[in-house]
Design a protein around this ligand. Structure first.
Ligand SMILES: Cc1cc2nc3c(=O)[nH]c(=O)nc-3n(C[C@H](O)[C@H](O)[C@H](O)COP(=O)(O)OP(=O)(O)OC[C@H]3O[C@@H](n4cnc5c(N)ncnc54)[C@H](O)[C@@H]3O)c2cc1C
Length: 320
């Protein structure tokens, strides 16, 4: 089996993730999306706005135009979780055809913890040194002994496809794994999450590096809208509608009117005398004097016009 290649990211004690090939990046997403939305102009800021719009509205197919192919080496118990992601194309090292290598995962002592009492699928709490040592010894003992037996059966001419069944799931395997950006982001969203098992998280984090480099805008949008963004259920929304005072919503709407004015002015500069009117059109209710004071404060942020308008619509819905 492969040693850790020079251009790979080392994962766990003997594993790795190596980007073998990739096709496209942010440009390919925009290119595909413009087939649906028409050509238009394609300034970088507009491309960013388009990618963010697609992500926000779960228009996912343009993200499938970007592809990544990785060569990965991981313990079999990690591969068991990984393979649940059905949209990938996989070609794995065959233990029917080739002999197993003496390569087993031994956890780092800092990752040997107690079973979590709060999360049935997790670990927490420092394990005393003597128990850590016992865990390490057992891992070593079972790995070495099973490999001895495997080798003996192999040498005796027993079929490899049967002899392999004696090996434990901390044995390393490796594969080529190809997936598109949409499904890879979904994978990373699930497997880089703190609820995922540590041993698969390190591989997911390693693949995330390739995504960040090839499609930084899509990566940022995924973090903003999917990972960090909040969705409210119908029940939660109705609670917000009931409990959120109108004055709070009005305050936010007022801020939005300023932000919208500044963003529209940034995209297409207006005459100074037209700004107050533009602000009023965005729903602003301050006096002309207050408007001038705030406008000149330098505190108004610029955002994406479409996104700000969508936010405004959501706020209107929350108002009693
Ligand atoms: C923290 C964590 C704990 C988990 N615990 C368990 C567990 O205890 N037991 C267990 O069995 N699994 C468990 N899983 C695995 C989990 O249930 C999913 O199988 C795995 O995360 C793959 O997700 P997926 O189906 O969305 O991904 P993919 O298979 O990559 O699919 C991506 C998307 O494509 C669509 N899709 C793909 N194939 C089909 C299909 N055949 N039909 C319809 N839609 C499809 C779905 O929309 C899906 O979300 C766990 C996963 C995580 C992250």
């Amino acid at each position: 089996m492969s040693e850790v290649p020079k251009d790979a990211i080392k994962c766990l004690d003997k594993g790795f993730v190596r980007l073998v090939d990739s096709m496209g990046g942010d440009d390919a997403i925009v290119q595909a999306a413009r087939v649906s939305y028409g050509k238009g102009t394609s300034k970088v800021s507009q491309d960013r706005g388009l990618i963010r719009y697609l992500m926000r509205h779960r228009h996912t197919t343009p993200f499938e135009m970007v592809e990544f192919k990785f060569h990965c080496k991981m313990p079999i118990f990690v591969a068991r979780q990984w393979v649940r992601h059905r949209t990938a194309n996989i070609n794995e090292y065959s233990l029917r055809y080739s002999e197993a290598r003496d390569e087993f995962y031994y956890p780092d002592p800092k990752n040997i913890e107690f079973q979590s009492a709060l999360n049935m699928q997790g670990r927490m709490g420092e394990v005393p040194d003597d128990l850590k040592q016992k865990v390490k010894d057992y891992f070593k003992e079972i790995s070495e002994r099973s490999f001895e037996i495997y080798s003996e059966l192999n040498d005796a001419g027993v079929a490899r496809e049967l002899a392999r069944a004696i090996l434990p799931v901390n044995l390393y395997t490796e594969w080529y794994w190809k997936n598109d950006l949409h499904n890879l982001l979904h994978f990373i969203g699930l497997r880089s999450d703190s609820h995922a098992q540590y041993e698969i998280r390190v591989f997911s984090d390693a693949m995330a590096e390739s995504v960040k480099a090839a499609a930084p805008i899509a990566w940022e949008a995924y973090q903003d809208y999917v990972i960090e963004g909040l969705r409210f259920s119908k029940i939660e929304q109705s609670l917000l509608e009931k409990k959120l005072p109108n004055r709070v919503i009005d305050d936010i709407s007022e801020d939005l009117a300023y932000q919208l004015t500044a963003s529209l002015h940034f995209n297409k500069p207006r005459d100074k005398n037209d700004l107050f009117l533009l602000y009023q059109k965005q729903g602003g209710s301050d006096s002309n004097e207050d408007f001038n004071l705030k406008w000149n404060s330098g505190e108004i942020q610029i955002g994406n016009v479409r996104e700000l308008r969508e936010f405004k619509e959501k706020l209107v819905k929350l108002k009693k």
